[in-house]
Ligand binder design. Sequence first.
Ligand code: HEM
Length: 450
Amino acid sequence: MFPPMLGLATHLDRTRITMTDRESFNRAVSVAREYNPYSGQFLEHEFEVYDIMREHLPIARSESAGGRSGLGVEGSWVLTRYDDSCEFLQNAATFSNQVSSYPVRPWIPQAIDPPAHSAYRRIMNPWFTVDAMRLLEPHLEKFAEELVDKMLENDEFDFVAEFADPFPTVIFCQLAGFPLEDYQQIMDWKNTLMHPSDGHSRGRELAVALARELGLDVGGDASITSEVELAVRGEVGRRIYAYLGALIDKRRGQPEDDMISRLLEASYEGERPLTQEEMEDTLFLFYMAGLDTVASALGLIVQTFASDPVKRHEFIALMDDPEKASVAVEELVRYHAIVLLPRRVTDDVSFHGAEFRDGDTALCPTMAANRDAAEFENPHELVYDRAPNRHIGFGLGPHRCIGIHLARRELRIGLQVFHRKLPDYELNPNAKIEAFGGMKGLAALPLKKS
Ligand code: HEM
């Protein structure tokens, strides 16, 4: 007999499992049971975990997939195969983006299902086209150069604090219309909201301080329970909303060339202006999607390059060839996928043998699908000229990333400028790398010139 499943389910036909398979299967059961992608430590063995789950429990039920009560991901199904993930993400009717509680209201357009979702995307898509983003290129280059020059005044530096964080964040603030003098406040709110308990030390420090300010009990060891996390995220969410609301009010009389002003001019299906709430919910989502994503990808890519000079120099050799560079950046996004995509099941449904129930949460870690050997030959290798490369690092289906052309440009330009100025560097052994889980990334990447 197999051990009791304790909330874990599989669609494998157990009668066909041999003894050796049984041991592997049992290992997969225990791996799925302990699966918690929201901690920084998880990153040390994440691909091994996903390989085991994909092979033996490709749609696993894990009661420990939680940790993000604010996102409603308590117990969850976890999908690790590429094909299953693609089908899942493209079926928005059965797998809804309205996952559960949001710090204030569901954000737009990511937490909205079609058809309303499509109406919002029709408003915003033209703002983020390839052509629109191409116009930003000289500005991106110039700003990247300034940041890198400043960072390289010292022989030792933190790549995340001095480049990966400010580069996309400042660009995004300019696009959105957030005043640059608010940079530190914007980063602090973002870190409190996104990283209270995932291994990001500044996020945790800020969350504990806010919890104390709210009179919540964090105990002597300053522990962030899920209740404390929910309250902290709610409060910081309200503060961000108040900030966004005030910016919208200010722009009403003084339009500028930014996203806030475009939202004020936008029309929903040609019928009516957006409401104040709709504008705030949109800016709130962009606030989160535009600040952390490119920063995380840049940090993880450069971490790999710092410990693998051969791969780094292969990239440097091709990065000034526009065609090769864009294929290589795509491969870097596949290899360093950062996003976990939760969905709410809207019906009792059998999905490749797994029995989903109405209201269940299911999680698609894009990093698992992107390392599936059934779709990608040598999935754990960086192959700069990989073709085809149908990765889902930017998502798939109706919610596929709207910032894709901006993200690709920022990654390419950020990597080019940095490596032109400093092709040889290494990890700084005197300082610690700080990794966080969930929508994963690095909070610190100490490097030194070689
Ligand atoms: C390397 C960088 C980035 C990665 C890996 C990434 C990844 C993703 C993924 C996987 C989704 C799908 C979400 C879902 O299915 O629920 C998404 C959606 C989204 N992304 Fe990005 N993103 C990046 C950069 C950006 C940037 C720079 C922006 C801002 C301009 C942005 C704005 C958005 C928005 C607004 C959505 C929601 C789209 C919708 O629901 O229709 N992203 N992104």
